[in-house]
Design a protein around this ligand. Structure first.
Ligand SMILES: [Fe+2]
Length: 230
């Protein structure tokens, strides 16, 4: 028997090794942002602290993070190379970047970053008991009967005897401290729903690609240098 699996989702995973002193400085900066939060509502529903909703969505403007973003840019370039994208024809911009802190059972619920192209998550502080990265497949290409993979009653009846790679609609990707993940921003993702986060700190960011030259080109976003405010 032969089964071929086609059309993958490719999540890039690599490491960025900052020295300890730099890491401690960044961690302290982020703890300070949390102390100065501008929106305390996040505490109501066991949500993680996320800097983008607290007035800290442009973390790259803090010079202490300069070196980290130099390293992140290198990783984005590797991912573009993996996908055989001609980097010479595009310009890369970071739109937003923010820290997240999860303690205890705090969780970042399933979401997408639909206003950007690629997103990343860098794990500045993470122990093995802290939550991992969950990816969801809403497209469910192998779901040949509608509702087959998501139905509670079918799960209870064990109609699917075992969830395997071709039928999984949710994957937990193990991440370690210093890891960086890069993924298409449209990918639905969340953190694990666990109780054991000590103080998990990650830095997320959204990247967008503009065409350098839109002549004879239809589909990329034209460079904003050519835009005109109406
Ligand atoms: Fe996210």
């Amino acid at each position: 028997m032969k089964v071929s699996n086609f059309f993958p989702l490719s999540i890039f995973q690599d490491q960025i090794k900052l020295n300890n002193e730099e890491k401690i400085n960044l961690i302290n900066d982020i703890r300070e942002m949390k102390k100065n939060s501008q929106n305390s509502d996040y505490k109501l529903n066991q949500a993680s602290w996320t800097g983008d909703t607290q007035g800290y969505e442009y973390i790259y403007n803090n010079p202490n993070f300069n070196n980290l973003f130099v390293e992140i840019k290198k990783k984005i370039e590797i991912y573009l190379d993996f996908l055989k994208i001609d980097k010479e024809q595009i310009e890369t911009f970071i739109q937003r970047s923010w820290a997240t802190i999860s303690v205890g059972n705090e969780v970042i619920s399933k979401h997408q970053h639909l206003q950007s192209h690629l997103s990343f998550s860098y794990y500045l502080k993470k122990s093995t008991n802290d939550s991992n990265f969950i990816i969801y497949d809403d497209e469910k290409k192998n779901e040949f009967i509608p509702g087959l993979f998501g139905s509670k009653t079918l799960i209870q009846k064990k109609l699917i005897k075992e969830i395997t790679f071709p039928t999984a609609t949710r994957i937990s990707l193990e991440v370690k401290e210093d890891d960086i993940l890069i993924f298409p921003s449209k990918t639905p993702h969340s953190t694990d729903q666990i109780e054991t986060n000590s103080e998990r700190i990650s830095i997320s960011g959204d990247v967008i690609f503009l065409a350098k030259n839109t002549s004879l080109m239809e589909h990329l976003i034209p460079n904003f240098k050519n835009w005109k405010k109406l």
